[in-house]
Design a protein around this ligand. Structure first.
Ligand code: RB5
Length: 150
């Protein structure tokens, strides 16, 4: 069963609930790491625990949502091995996997409607990393993480 972890701040909580339903219908094992409700929270408090688990290999794939998706993507990409892609259209969602092997999909809950968000999630999950020249490019990013290049 495909395991997907999802988290959001208050600005993404409503969309998170909708995506959870969509993922469960698809047969995914969904782990919700908060937040819930409309109370204002700080997106790093929800993005960091998810990004840490992706970074250490505990989680293979995750979805993060905040108002624009910007804050969550800034947070997540601080962590080694995390390739978080903020997407606002289906083409970018496909490329995020095919070219960038994104292991976290980031969506703006105040930007994407439910239909578009579902389509982006489906497209990202169904896409396959193409490797080859794209792997070479990811390897160059990996070198930065190793502190070998500036
Ligand atoms: C919360 O108001 C908002 O700033 C947050 O959800 C996110 O969009 C930050 O990048």
């Amino acid at each position: 069963m495909e395991k997907i972890t999802i988290a959001s701040d208050h600005a993404g909580a409503e969309l998170k609930e909708d995506i959870k339903i969509f993922l469960k219908k698809r047969g995914c094992d969904v782990l919700d790491m908060g937040s819930s409700g409309n109370e204002s929270v700080d997106y790093p408090d929800y993005g960091i625990p998810v990004a840490e688990k992706v970074s250490n290999g505990e989680l293979k794939k995750a979805i993060l949502i905040c108002g624009t998706g910007i804050g969550m993507s800034i947070v997540a990409n601080k962590f080694p091995n995390v390739r978080a892609a903020l997407v606002n259209d289906v083409y970018a969602a496909r490329m995020a996997k095919e070219h960038n092997d994104a292991n976290i999909l980031v969506i703006g809950g105040r930007i994407a409607g439910k239909g578009l968000a579902q389509e982006m999630v489906k497209t990202w999950l169904d896409a396959k990393f193409e490797g080859g020249r794209h792997q070479r490019r990811l390897d160059k990013i990996k070198e930065i993480e190793k502190g070998m290049k500036r």
